[in-house]
Design a protein around this ligand. Sequence first.
Ligand code: GLU
Length: 499
Amino acid sequence: MPSPRDHQPVRVRFAPSPTGLLHLGGARTAMYNYLLARQTGGQFILRIEDTDQKRYDPTAEQDIIDSLHWLGLQWDEGPDVGGPHGPYRQSERKALYQPLAAQLIENGQAFYCFCSREELEASRNEQKARGVQARYAGPCRDLSPEEAQARVAAGAEHVIRFKMPREGSITVTDRLRGDITFENRNLDDSVIVKSDGLPVYHLAAMADDYLMKITHVFRGEEWLPSLPLHAHIYRAFGWTEPEWVHLSLFLKPSGKGKMSKRETEAMRLTGQTIFVKEMGALGFLPEGVLNWVALMGWSYDDSTEFFTLEDLVSKFTIDRLNPSNAAIDFKKLDHFNSLHLRALPPEELARRCMPFLVAAGLPADLETVTRIAPIIRERMVTLDEAPDWMAFFFKDKVEPAPESLIAKDLTAAESRAALARATAELEALPEWTHTAMEEKLRALVEELGLKAGQLFGLVRNATAAQPVSPPLFESMEILGREVTLARLKYALGLLETLT
Ligand code: GLU
């Protein structure tokens, strides 16, 4: 069911924990947030959820920022750009959570818990042995507030737990799944503030979503089991809940199960990755990655597949999100990448090819690459292929294997004669254009009674001498008269050694 809140300016957040590199799932969540914010003229917020010190990775925040920038998903408020609801790192918001936890205690909706690890463990084991679902069963829930306060004042180590009602149920609406009812008796008295005084995700995220006036929460389906706790926290404070949107998960390419760490590493060895940072180096365009990821869990209709970020901003709707999990399909990424590669204006494509050409040690210049771009863009799948396709344009000399200059079904002498005629015809051309060259060489094919492939293959090997190359005549036009003729003559010399 659509919500009127989808059409008012939304406030949405991407709230990653800085525990590792930004992966595809995170990129998709960030993108859906961004789309709805831009569509409605609302705000997209980046919030860093760094309360878990054990899993904290100091390089992760920068990676998240760089990866989102690479994708072109700019936020309006965040740790680096500030905003009216900061700070945007949870570790810097500690002071904001304490009064909220105190309020819950005051209202009898949370309690101090002094149980030791051993006591909790023993209680869990005892429940397991009885075959019941393990949940908090210690005495602290029923301590009098005075006694609990006195123990806290005396410096007793403690956490704060949410006091889950023992009876009744809670019904929460997820936008993809409708109303979901959870029985309270199955829910635990979860820890909301740790012994170090820092809140856990459950409290911190709910508090921040409220304080930052978040209207829609997009997050992975793995958070569904926590939804009843989160709704209870919201309701305990009397806050209006956001729209809850739990996104489907990405499965392994085989479709069997979620991506694991081991899988991810194995994938890297085969030149595939789920990490945004590594996609650029593999030659993927942000446009291709966005299009691919957008359609893993959302569709516009059953046929449209090409979307720019702008298209997505205007067409995205929550109601077309799909709750089924999707297997990561790298063939589709290639497909979307090539679609977007073709859609780039030549100079832009050239600009993006340049780093790959330079890294391959080729003295490429933007002007020449811009001329090559139109004849190459239908063929290339990823930018890292640029040197494979273009190297011959930038080499001083190419070195064809002499045998590669023998045309199919011809002898070396016949090949040499054909190539000599072709060279002479081209040399005599008043205009060095691909149409003029093609016309001449087609006439020559006729005259010599050859097949086009025989002569053109020969000329191609003489001028490009690489396994893949763009269309011959356009290539020779770009190579220029002088270079082309020099290569043809050099090839003639090589053929001579075989005759
Ligand atoms: N910090 C949580 C995570 O990285 C965010 C979940 C949410 O968006 O609420 O999984």
